[in-house]
Design a binder for this molecule. Structure first.
Ligand code: FAD
Length: 444
């Protein structure tokens, strides 16, 4: 069984286990009256919802096993897709318990909420947790998220940790399901401790230790094009980072304006024992400021992450397709990927022949390694979704016509999201199975 399958089975098992906790506590017998039925369904919704929240946190905890199984972007996509179901279950939990208790006590729902807040232990914290959770999920809805600066969204998102912690006390003190010392209590606390420990180790302790050991500093900043720079970094024993061409790190540059934010950038040159390189296009405040970095600036990293490496290869031939700044991981992959002369093709898509980043370096590498190098330039066809320019599309050009032995190749694609989707569609249309198509997305 693949690692990804095992992890998916473990997720399903964890949900099944919380249902088992409910049944073991005699939950199935508490459906005799409408009040009991509402309360029981509410408790179950709360247990499953909280379990989903903990799974979401694990998916975002950057565990090496999860990164290896899904890749960071797929893990984050799964994390996002669980957000709404988890919130709906937790909201259902709150509403069903309020209505269920009010029916049982024969009081209004408002009087029941007041009773909960004033009589039951730890309920104020639980309501605070619920409010924060609503805030986090609303801030992540696409339309809201795109209006917020990334950093504001990120800080709001971190409140989900506070929300989950704030809700824990009432789970342990209200009702008998998780009574102190019971097997359910041990299991539930072990879940919380496991998730909190993973976050602490993999998001905080390991990156700090690795960064201290690597002693990374900016060695130089080279202009590549208007608004695009390559940043060379030096460090110690960088092999211990076990980074591979095509992977990315999350970088923090220790200057007064930048130290408080960290951004993902892919390696644009093969990592060595003493050096790393990234190539950055200015898209916002932080990426623009990186062009002004001084030599000697300290740098810390989280990572390496990502499956966009030669280790994901399944076939002897290689096709690398890039647009825009997506050229960065493609450039490093080309440097170290395994292929014989004549077995690799590099395709750069740009508006004009001269506006591709790192084209000169790629051309040199292709020449040295015996790979075919193509630049496909031209404007987009109006009103049609295609990764190719209008004239190429009219001439029925496709990946299949560009790369004769495509079926024996792995295709690596990196570029803007929609453009990447079109390349993937073309590769699929040519009969390539999913395992031979690899994408790196620059947005989560
Ligand atoms: C896996 C991955 C690899 C990447 N590799 C490269 C690369 O090699 N070269 C390159 O130029 N760019 C790369 N990017 C994109 C780069 O991370 C963003 O352009 C950069 O973070 C923008 O930050 P900003 O403050 O300048 O702009 P902002 O205006 O803050 O943001 C511009 C865009 O970048 C996104 N963004 C901002 N900060 C982050 C963050 N910390 N994490 C995720 N997304 C963020 C925002 O949501 C927004 O869509 C990569 C992104 C990802 C996810």
């Amino acid at each position: 069984m693949q690692l990804a399958d095992t992890l998916q089975v473990l997720c399903i098992v964890s949900v099944a286990l919380v249902v088992a906790l409910f049944l073991a506590d005699g939950g199935a017998a508490r459906f005799a009256t409408p009040a009991d039925a509402l309360t029981s369904i509410g408790v179950l919704a709360g247990l499953v919802g909280t379990d989903l929240l903990l799974i979401m946190m694990l998916l975002a905890a950057r565990l090496p096993a999860i990164d290896r199984a899904f890749g960071h972007d797929s893990a984050m996509a799964l994390h996002q897709s669980l957000g709404k179901p988890a919130l709906y279950l937790i909201l259902a939990h709150a509403v069903l318990l309020i209505v269920g208790y009010s029916l049982a006590g024969k009081i209004s729902v408002f009087a029941e909420v007041w009773r909960m807040l004033t009589v039951l232990p730890d309920m104020v914290l639980a309501f605070v947790g619920l409010g924060l959770l609503v805030l986090v999920v609303v801030s992540s809805i696409v339309i809201v998220r795109h209006r917020l600066p990334y950093e504001v969204w990120h800080i709001v998102h971190l409140l989900s940790y506070v929300a989950v912690l704030a809700s824990l006390p009432h789970q342990l003190t209200v009702g008998a399901l998780l009574a102190a010392g019971s097997p359910q209590w041990f299991y539930w606390l072990a879940l919380y401790v496991g998730v909190a420990g993973s976050i602490l180790v993999f998001r905080f302790i390991l990156p700090v230790v690795r960064s201290l050991r690597a002693r990374l500093r900016v060695e130089g900043v080279d202009r590549v094009a208007d608004g695009v720079v390559s940043i060379r970094l030096s460090g110690h024993n960088l092999r211990r980072l076990q980074a591979h061409s095509g992977q990315f790190f999350i970088w923090r540059f220790w200057t007064p304006g930048l130290w408080w934010q960290a951004h993902p950038f892919s390696l644009s040159a093969a990592p060595t024992g003493t050096s790393l390189r990234i190539t950055v296009r200015s898209l916002g405040d932080a990426s623009a400021a990186l062009g002004g970095l001084r030599r000697g600036t300290r740098v810390s990293v989280e990572g390496p992450y990502g499956l966009f490496t030669d280790r994901a290869r399944t076939s002897p031939r290689l096709v690398l397709v890039a647009a825009g700044i997506g050229v960065a991981p493609i450039r490093s992959l080309l440097e170290t990927a395994t292929f014989l002369p004549g077995q690799a093709t590099v395709i750069l898509r740009s508006h004009t022949v001269g506006d591709s980043y790192l084209a000169y370096e790629l051309a040199e590498l292709c020449r040295a390694r015996g790979a075919e190098f193509r630049i496909i330039a031209g404007t987009r066809p109006p009103g049609v979704n295609s990764w190719l320019p209008a004239d190429a599309l009219a001439a029925r050009v496709s990946l299949k016509t560009l790369v004769p032995h495509l079926r024996d190749a792995d295709v690596y694609v990196c570029g803007p999201r929609r453009w990447t989707d079109e390349v993937v569609r073309d590769a699929r249309a040519a009969g390539l199975p999913t395992r031979q198509i690899h994408c790196e997305r620059f947005d989560w």
